[in-house]
Design a protein around this ligand. Structure first.
Ligand code: LLP
Length: 471
């Protein structure tokens, strides 16, 4: 039975109930996501399991759109599909009237298969291949975001050969530092992304696009990094971008119609995190743009943003079964679960920190400090170090929170471990949006060269001794 009580033992306090309303605890102390009991989901679909709270994804999508439009008249939100890209997700985003940012042929293909109109798609990437550029031009994506001068030339050539006019934004490197992990900072001058403003490359790109017969310059783009919790670097970047727009106007008499400020909105992984305030972001950034337009006599451009993590991060929960416990007296208690760095590489890659809940004992008070380890053959395969937990036993169900972004999309088959299923949960209904991989899937694309298939290995390699018959 559902009680409607907020989860008590972790960070979803009363204040945040509005957005987290669909994660609750049942009267008998079980975690419930989107009206579905975690234990039922685990029983029906197996573990590890990614559960996405559909209502929360929708709520976050609407929050960003309405907030921007509250402060600014022309806004376009494109979901950065790299955070989590499946057919159902693309479809949902389209239903919520958002566009889509893709950064590979695979993401573009998924979006098109899901029925996203190509004109709502922004095509990113610092190393688009000729094949990807041809694909984007052929289907007519809404915007190409040009990342470097070689891409510009190739795009111009492909567009000319196809006799298609391609609408572009130029990705600037604003030289703004955001306080986040080094691997996900992208706005520094020493970055593989974007064209430098200070070294004149960005202006050179503007000149070339304006001179090109088949490229249409719509605007400029900047993305300074990911998981940014503070509005200031965004405000700074917006100012840099607007100054550049002013320079373009001055130099070429050309008014940019679009200013794309990328994504990077930080979310809550741990109780102590305060997510970026979208309202404050919208207010401050709109103000910078309006003021810049006023002082530099520019027309108000359309403001675009590309949130990924903000839309799906907190909506995702991963369920694991506890398989074994190893207690090293006086040192550490390891709780081993049936997943790990194959579906969550973020801990090993960025030292990311998470919070976990025992989904079948969600109201029990924490009594001990444990570390949650994955099942992969790496000592670094940890999910949480030093988590406060109630007494954990093999067979318990563990829920790792805020796993909606950059988990499924970054998962691997390390140790030939099949990737988990993904579920959309909503109002008590659970739908599979990605099937769990099978062992057969794992070998489906393996090929056995004929010369290996023909060799009878018996007699060449020694076999293990038969049981009970030691050598
Ligand atoms: N736009 C561009 C051009 C991007 O490169 C990205 C992310 C986004 C938008 C969306 O950023 P978001 O709103 O999700 O922060 N794998 C890392 C994150 C890498 C982000 C790459 N670019 C992680 O797990 O933290």
């Amino acid at each position: 039975m559902r009680t409607g009580r907020p989860v008590r033992c972790f960070w979803m306090g009363e204040a945040k109930l509005e957005l987290y309303r669909s994660i609750q605890i049942t009267s008998d102390g079980e975690l419930e996501i989107g009206g579905c009991r975690a234990t039922r989901l685990a029983r029906d679909f197996g573990t590890p399991l990614h559960v996405m709270d559909e209502e929360m994804i929708r709520a976050k999508s609407r929050e960003i759109r309405t907030s921007l439009l509250k402060y600014y008249p022309k806004a376009f939100v494109a979901y950065a599909s790299k955070a989590f890209c499946t057919l159902a997700m693309c479809r949902l985003i389209h239903e919520e009237s958002l566009g889509l940012d893709v950064c590979s042929g695979g993401e573009l293909f998924t979006a098109l298969e899901a029925g996203i109109p190509p004109e709502n798609i922004l095509f990113h990437g610092n190393c688009k291949t000729r094949q990807e550029i041809e694909m984007g031009v052929r289907v007519g994506v809404g915007r190409f975001i040009i990342d470097n001068l070689d891409e510009l030339d190739l795009l111009s050539e492909v567009s000319r050969k196809s006799r298609k006019r391609t609408h572009v934004q130029i990705r600037l490197n604003p030289g703004v530092e955001a306080h986040t992990h080094d691997y996900i900072k992208t706005g520094l001058i020493d970055s593989k992304f974007g064209l430098g403003i200070t070294d004149g490359q960005a202006m050179k790109a503007v000149e070339r696009v304006l001179a090109s017969e088949y490229l249409v310059l719509e605007g400029v783009h900047s993305h300074i990094g990911s998981q940014i919790l503070n509005v200031e670097p965004f405000v700074l970047a917006a100012q840099v971008v607007m100054d550049f727009a002013g320079d373009v106007k001055e130099k070429f008499g050309y008014s940019l119609r679009e200013v794309n400020l990328g994504g990077g909105f930080g979310v809550r992984y741990k109780s102590c995190d305060t997510p970026l305030s979208i309202d404050e972001y919208s207010k401050r950034v709109s103000q910078v743009i309006r003021e810049s337009c006023h002082t530099q006599r520019l027309d108000l451009p359309c403001v675009m943003v590309e949130p990924g993590r903000y839309i799906v991060g907190e909506a995702g929960t991963t369920l694991y079964t506890v398989c074994a416990i190893k207690d090293i007296p006086g040192l550490r208690k390891y709780i081993m679960v049936d997943g790990g760095m194959s579906e969550n590489p973020r801990v090993a890659l960025y030292q990311a920190e998470y919070e976990a809940v025992l989904a079948n004992k969600a109201t029990e008070e924490p009594t001990e400090t444990v570390s949650i380890a994955g099942k992969h053959c790496e000592e670094g395969d940890m999910l949480v170090v030093d988590a406060k937990m109630p007494q954990v036993k093999p067979g318990d169900l563990l829920a790792l929170l805020t796993t909606g972004a950059y988990h499924y999309s970054m998962a691997s088959n390390y140790n030939r471990y099949p990737r988990p299923a993904v579920i959309f949960a909503k109002a008590g209904l659970a739908d599979i949006v990605v099937e769990r991989e099978t062992y057969a899937n794992l070998v489906a694309r393996d090929r056995m060269p004929a010369r290996l298939a023909q060799v009878d290995a018996t007699g060449i390699y020694p076999h293990l001794p038969a049981a009970g018959n030691p050598r």
